[in-house]
Structure formats: C-alpha cells, structure tokens
Design a protein around this ligand. Structure first.
Ligand code: MSP
Length: 508
C-alpha cells in the first residue's frame, strides 16, 4: 500500500489580492505535492482562503460592498492565480463553505460541553489591526504599543474563553519529546520558549455588534468565533473530520504536514492549533508537523501589503511564464530561510540555469542525434550512468527532507555534467570518423537518457516544461519515480524534433 501524503498551506486572508509572498508558499507546497505523487504516495494537497474576520469585514466596508460580495471577488483572484501558476491542489478550503461552518460549530460545542470554554468579562487595550487584546508584553521599551499594532482602543467586553493555560504543560512536554514537530529545528526552540510563557486563556468570541462577519457560536447567537479558531479548523474540516461518512477517509490521511510562514507559528499554529487538537482528543502521534518557511523580501523587508512593497505574480506570468517564477522562488530560497526578490535575479536564474544550461543541452542533444543518426538511438552502456543514478538518489533524499533548492541544485549538477561531457567527447569530431561510430552512439544515448531522467526530476518544479521535454524525447512512460532508473530508452528509439523550451529572456 502506498503511504499517504497530506499537505496543507496556510489559507490566505481575502482582504486583498495575492502577492508573490503568498505565491511562494503555494508553489512550495505544490512542488512537494507533485514530488510525492511522482513517488507514488497517496497525495492530498489542501489549500484555500480565509474569508472571515475583521480585516475582511473592514476591507468590504471600505470597498462599499457586502462581505459576501467582497470575498467572492477576492477569492476569484486567488483561484485564477493558482490556476495560472499550475498549483495542483486537490481540496479547496474556503471558510464560508457550509461544510466548514458545521464542523467549526461542532468543535466549539464539544469543547464547551467538555468545560474547556467559559464566559468572562475583560477590560483592556485592543489592536484593531491584529484583532486581539494587548497585554503589557506587547508594549515597547517606551511603554507604548508600537506601530505594528495599528490603532489601539480601550474596550470592555464579555467574551468566551478557551482554557489554553490548562494545556501549557502538555504542550511543553509534547515539544520536548517530539523533535520533528517543527521544521527547521531552530523554530522548535522558539516555540518551546513561547509555550513556557503561556499565561492567559484565549478569547475565542467577538460580539456581533463589533464583528458580524464570522461563524456564530452555537451556544451564544450574539457572538461569532475569533477568526483563528475558525481558520485553523480548515485543515480538518475539509479533510472530512466530524463527518461520520468520511471517518475512514480522514483517518487514512491525517496528520497533515502544515506549510506555514514564520509569522504564524507563534502563537497561532504552534500554540493555539496544537492545543486545540489536543483538547479535541487527538493523540500525540496525530499532532501535525509544522514546516515553517521564511519570507520573500523586497529590499530587506518582508513583502506585504501593509508595507506597500508587494509584487503581483500575474505580471511575471505574463512576461516570463509561470515556470520562470516557480523556478526562481524554489531555486533561490532554502526552505526556512528568507530570500531577497529581484527581477534581475529571476532573469539571471532563468537564463543561466534553464535557457543556457538545460535548454541548450536539450537542443544540442536532439539536433546532433537528428543530424548524425536521423534521431534514432542505439541502446548502449554509458559512462555517466552511475553518476546520474547517484544524483537521483541524492535528489530523492533531499526532496524527502523538503530541501527543494538542494534537489534542484542536484538536478542542475546532472545538466552541467552532461554539457561538459558534450565538450569532452566532441560528437562533431566523432561523426567525421567512421571508426568512432560506437562512441558517437554512446554519447547520443547518454544525453537522451540523462535528459529523460532530468525531465522527471524537474517535473515537480516545472511541470509544463517537463512535459515539453518528454514530448521532444518522444518518451511517454509513466510519470512515476521508478522511471528514473537508467536505461529505459529502448534500442532503436526515435527522438523528436528539437524546439526551444526555454527561450532566452532578452531585456533592455
Ligand atoms: N489567514 C492567515 C492564515 C490562516 S491559516 C489557518 C494568514 N493569511 S495571510 O494571507 O496573511 O498569509 C498567508 C500565508 O502567506 C502565511 O503562511 C504567510 O506566512 C505567507 N506569506 C505572506 N507574505 C509572505 C512573504 N512575504 N513571504 C513568504 N510568505 C509570506 O496569515
């Protein structure tokens, strides 16, 4: 039986259109999903949109339309972009979906019945932008709340609270005994420190007088639930949790690998979500691991709408194609680290690695095979077989460890080695000497076979280009990682016509 691979991304706020930072995360998860499909795993990739909450309500008011209409418009921008970027999700989590609402309300009721949710009065300072009450911990050195909190107002409210504090020791014990709970591991240490400081319970309700755009509490119709308590549940509601008809499906999939940015591990995912799952009765071995990525930066700052430095991914798709953006983001950013985004670097990466290196290898290999052998291969032993096999194994280890940039580098090493091999063997000289006919066949077979394997290795990052390469090689074998074994091209295989797959980007 193949093993399940359930991967999720954060669901994006629909208070604005997506930018390159959002796209980075979806592409990262898409590459892992496509790799696991290739590896034969039963893959389920869930992504979606976070449609409730104050930010969305405020944006709708500013636009002069209802929140329903507003989220319909913004959600369309996300789905259209993911389509253009070849994001191959299997499940779409939109939090206004009635299925999700039923699940969230079921969980709230169960936690309420269990005594984990209680009512209390609270007076304090509230950040409108962050939708949370602030404590002294949030004050800066000068005693004031910093600009990151936006407008801060004093409020008194009666609210419902989730007993977060009661589970502090469980969380600490869990993190101490599960070193793989957070990737990369330095983020586990940060989370451990934050968990040790949990002192308050979590307010999980908002009075409808202040916020109406949310899911009603099943035990108090005057309140909606706090947006995080709603949004986090998407990971299970859209996988069948709480639906008896889907119990087996859910059990077979869960736990997911949660791909999230470093801004939402503390407290949302690392504290609230893990404790919510534990309180719901999920055993420790079913607590999902968190794969935490860094930021796409612009001139040293996080790309974000509030900083006003966002780039629309659509412009890159229009100008260079989806592949160029996918490749650049995956190649230049080590998962977990930040990356600096520049148009120049995108073009350099594309021209250097794809146009000049891989594209050139494909073109010259097919052209030589056509010129010297009418595109017909003779199956031969190859001096590069062992090298390519080793690299393929390394690629697999790297992808299994979510090290996409390293796996791309490994693939690139095969391409570089093959281009050097062309220079070393000089097929144009071999072709002039009939005594070297066998050697020429060996070179042509080696290049075609290496390209066939490379086309599989680049499939997760560059699915369309990989298809185009396979079409030119006339290779219709299954999209399956077993096919990376050396020597699948048969004796007498007829190659196709060379057509540039990565035309060079020329800029003024
Ligand atoms: N709606 C919440 C997540 C709820 S998950 C149950 C949210 N939305 S968001 O739109 O602000 O961010 C969505 C994801 O995009 C987050 O994982 C966030 O880290 C990521 N990114 C947003 N800007 C980013 C960059 N500039 N760079 C990389 N990822 C960033 O948080």
């Amino acid at each position: 039986m193949s093993k399940p691979f359930f991967i999720t991304t954060a669901i994006d706020y629909t208070n604005a259109a997506p930018h390159v930072g959002h796209a980075y995360e979806k592409i990262l998860a898409d590459v892992l999903a496509r790799y696991h499909r290739l590896a034969g795993d039963r893959t389920y990739f869930l992504t979606g949109v976070d449609q409730h909450g104050q930010k969305v309500q405020q944006a709708a008011t500013a636009a002069g339309i209802s929140p329903e209409e507003f989220v319909a418009q913004t959600t369309e921008k996300f789905t259209a972009l993911w389509k253009r970027l070849d994001i191959s999700f299997d499940g779409w989590a939109a939090t206004t979906d009635p299925l999700h609402k039923t699940c969230v309300q079921g969980i709230l009721q169960a936690l309420h019945d269990k005594g984990d949710i209680y009512r209390a009065k609270y007076r304090g300072f509230y950040s409108v932008r962050q939708e949370q009450f602030l404590t002294d911990k949030e004050r800066g050195e000068d005693g004031a709340f910093g600009p990151e909190w936006g407008e801060v107002v004093e409020l008194e409210e009666e609210n419902w609270y989730f007993r977060l504090g009661q589970y502090r020791d469980w969380l600490i014990g869990f993190l101490d005994s599960h070193p793989a709970a957070v990737i990369p591991s330095f983020r586990l240490a940060e989370l451990r420190n934050a968990a040790a400081k949990i002192s308050n319970d979590l307010s999980i309700s908002r009075p409808k007088s202040r916020l109406s755009w949310g899911i009603e509490l099943p035990f108090d119709r005057d309140c909606v639930t706090y947006v995080w308590f709603d949004a986090l549940v998407n990971y299970i509601s859209f996988a069948g949790y709480g639906d008896p008809a889907k119990a087996d499906e859910f059990a077979a999939l869960w736990p997911a690998l949660h791909v999230i940015g470093k801004d939402i591990i503390i407290p949302a995912h690392g504290i609230y979500w893990l404790i919510m799952l534990h309180a719901m009765g999920f055993p420790d071995e079913q607590i999902p691991p968190l794969l935490v990525h860094g930021y796409v930066m612009m001139d040293g700052e996080k790309m974000s709408k509030s900083l006003g430095n966002i780039r629309d991914p659509n412009t890159f798709v229009d100008t260079f194609g989806a592949g160029a953006l996918r490749y650049y983001l995956m190649r230049d950013c080590a998962v977990g680290q930040d990356m600096d985004f520049t148009d120049d670097r995108l073009v350099q990466r594309y021209n250097g690695d794809l146009a000049n290196s891989l594209g050139n290898l494909l073109n010259r290999s097919l052209s030589m095979a056509k010129r010297y052998r009418q595109g017909v291969l003779r199956r031969c032993e190859s001096p590069l077989a062992e090298f390519v096999t080793e690299k393929t194994a390394a690629y697999r280890r790297q992808m299994d460890a979510h090290q996409i940039h390293a796996a791309i580098e490994t693939t690139q090493e095969i391409v570089v080695r093959c281009n050097a091999y062309v220079e070393e063997t000089a097929p144009w000289k071999l072709a002039k000497d009939p005594a070297q006919a066998d050697k020429l066949d060996e070179v042509l077979y080696t290049l075609a076979e290496a390209l066939r394997i490379v086309s599989l290795l680049i499939t997760p990052v560059l699915p369309s280009a990989a298809d185009a390469i396979r079409a030119q090689l006339v290779w219709a074998g299954p999209l399956d990682f077993n096919e990376v074994a050396w020597g699948r091209l048969a004796d007498g295989h007829q190659l196709g016509e060379p057509v540039p797959v990565f035309p060079r980007i020329e800029r003024e």
